[in-house]
Design a protein around this ligand. Structure first.
Ligand code: AMP
Length: 565
């Protein structure tokens, strides 16, 4: 018998009501144990707030405007009740549950329906994702209406949460790895390693259930199946990087562009962004270049694309992002915004998995096959003066700074460790999520130009406001942002709109202060938006825990100043 979606929703309710990690892991591992092979991946994806596994390129493409109109139609309730519930809970899913609960008409029809199962919900998501072409919006709407029409109030709560991608249970991927390890009695490291390789814990759990531990140990990369990128930690200067890396390290230019992962098999080349979404169609000239130059039948390579002017000088990041958004008129924009590729890593070449090899060897293997495609400029040194000169050179050439890569380090997918350091000139900006906005004054009265910025609380999954700013965007960007935020609006109160947390922006600031103004007790001073990060998802935004760390480290500096005037 198939597991019902109700059981999954009830599990999520339990997760929501506790912050005890052990308890959460136990609950989820008991739940996973009971699932059939086919149910494992869909259930895990849904518990993590995703309709499909992470590497899957299908999306539902349903806006909040559409979801809310369906809820209205199904419950035929005064929308004011939804807004009141939202005000009380701050949670779209919970507000949905309450309106479903209140709507009597719905409760009667429930008695005759048979319960929804996890697999049925997945099939419905698949159908919605497959709709394309003319009138696709209406078709998607009808499918979703049918699905929500079958849902109980509690089920509707979680369907809506999955649709908007915000679970708020505090149960994240790292805890899911623990739960899967526990459920199948497989050591955590093996699960972690396999997840690195496949980029998705749901798929790993499926393999564990179907084929067992041995199969996990033998897992290999799959071409066209993107891998989570290795990340870099911030450090203050080149000297620290050299020291941390044992006296000698490799420095590379840090290019201010977009990271891409290139998968090649014969003549087929596909490109994925750092969010693991496919961007092949946005970069036709890079595809051509790779086909022409790369001397390997099969390869998974990593690099950075930057926008350049006619002379090949780097242009600001914003220009590049336009390339990724405008898929339709790609030919025009290709001419207007030329891009250049620099490669910096190789994860797989012709049947050989390279991630366990030292960085310096991977780089050698990369250089062997890349033909005329340049690599990021690099030096290997133990000399602080030389490294500082290289840093200045990078900044003068229009780049962001340097990366320091430990010579003997393996490639660790998805991990932000000390093997890679990034070194930039100023205080590291934060990536924050817009959760509300206000209409401006005067010239800006018709635009949502003042933004509330939030960081994610790792413990609860909630987005907490840490600052507000109207600085940084151009008029054109504000107009575009207004349109995007309107589509995400949950509720309007006077001049302010509350929106679904979807849009990530990079924010520079001068200091983090203690402040009673916001729930988290901190506020950014002089926040200003430095760019729109469409290449990042809200999940990847900076966390409250990270802000606390920065706050503490500021404090350390200040204390030091007192001692050394
Ligand atoms: P972060 O994403 O904040 O961890 O910073 C590292 C980012 O810098 C990577 O994701 C790349 O997009 C970018 N980057 C620029 N140049 C390089 C390089 N030479 N090696 C690795 N990453 C680079």
């Amino acid at each position: 018998m198939e597991t019902t979606f109700r059981e999954l929703a009830e599990l999520c309710e339990k997760l929501e009501s506790t912050t005890k990690r052990n308890l959460m892991v136990n609950l989820v591992s008991e739940f996973i144990k009971k699932l059939s092979v086919e149910e494992v991946e869909p259930a895990i994806s849904m518990i993590l707030g995703r309709p499909f596994p992470k590497w899957d390129q299908r999306t539902l493409e349903i806006s909040w405007a559409t979801i809310s109109s369906i809820i209205r139609k199904l419950t035929s309730l005064d929308w004011k009740f939804f807004l009141e519930s939202f005000n009380e809970t701050g949670d779209v899913g919970e507000a949905t549950r309450r309106v479903f609960e209140k709507s009597k008409m719905r409760r009667q029809s429930m008695l005759i329906e048979k319960p929804l199962t996890i697999l049925e919900v997945r099939r419905n998501f698949e159908e919605i994702a497959e709709v394309s072409g003319v009138r696709s919006r209406e078709k998607k709407e009808r499918l979703l209406e049918a699905l929500l029409g079958l849902a109980t109030p509690l089920e509707a709560k979680y369907i809506v949460k999955i649709l908007i991608g915000e679970m708020r249970t505090g149960f994240h991927e790292g805890l899911m790895e623990l739960a899967v390890a526990k459920a199948f009695g497989i050591p955590h490291e093996i699960i972690q390693q396999a997840t690195m390789m496949r980029g998705d814990i749901g798929e790993v759990a499926f393999i564990a259930k179907k084929e067992g531990r041995e199969a996990l140990l033998k897992l290999e990369f799959k071409i066209f199946h993107p891998i989570k990128p290795m990340l870099a930690q911030m450090t203050e200067n080149v000297e620290k990087a050299i020291k941390e890396h044992g006296g000698k390290t490799a420095f590379e230019y840090k290019l201010d562009g977009a990271r891409i992962q290139i998968h090649k098999s014969g003549n087929t080349v596909r490109i994925f962004s750092r969010r693991l979404t496919e961007v092949t169609e946005s970069l036709p000239e890079i595809i051509e270049l790779v086909r022409k130059e790369v001397r390997a039948k099969e390869a998974i390579l990593e690099g950075e694309v930057i926008a350049v002017d006619e002379k090949g000088k780097p242009l600001p990041f914003q220009h590049l992002m336009r390339r990724f958004r405008r898929i339709r008129q790609i030919e025009d924009i290709k001419k207007a915004i030329p891009v250049k590729l620099y490669l910096f890593d190789a994860l797989y070449i012709d049947g050989e998995n390279l991630i366990g090899l030292p960085y310096i060897e991977r780089r050698r293997k990369l250089a062997d096959i890349t033909g005329n495609i340049p690599l990021t400029k690099q030096i290997v040194t133990d000399n602080v003066d030389e490294a500082e000169a290289f840093f200045r050179e990078a900044i003068e050439a229009g780049h962001e700074g340097l990366l320091a890569k430990k010579l003997d380090s393996p490639y660790t997918p998805g991990i932000r460790g000390k093997k890679w350091f990034k070194i930039k000139t100023s205080l590291e900006p934060l990536d924050l999520v817009i959760v509300a906005a206000e209409y401006g004054y005067g010239r800006r009265h018709a635009w949502l130009s003042d933004y509330y910025l939030a960081a994610r609380d790792e413990e609860t999954g909630e987005f907490l406001i840490v600052g507000k700013t109207f600085k940084g965007l151009t008029d054109k960007e504000i107009v575009e942002m207004t349109e995007r935020l309107k589509k995400l609006t949950i509720r309007r109160e006077a001049r302010r709109v509350i929106v679904i947390p979807k849009i990530v922006v990079e924010v520079a600031y001068n200091e983090i202060q203690r402040s009673p103004k916001y729930k988290c007790g901190m506020a950014l001073r002089f926040a200003r938006i430095t760019r729109i990060r469409d290449d990042k998802s809200p999940e990847e935004a900076d966390t409250i825990q990270r802000l606390k760390e920065i706050y503490e480290s500021q404090f350390k500096h200040k204390a030091k100043w007192k001692i050394e005037p």
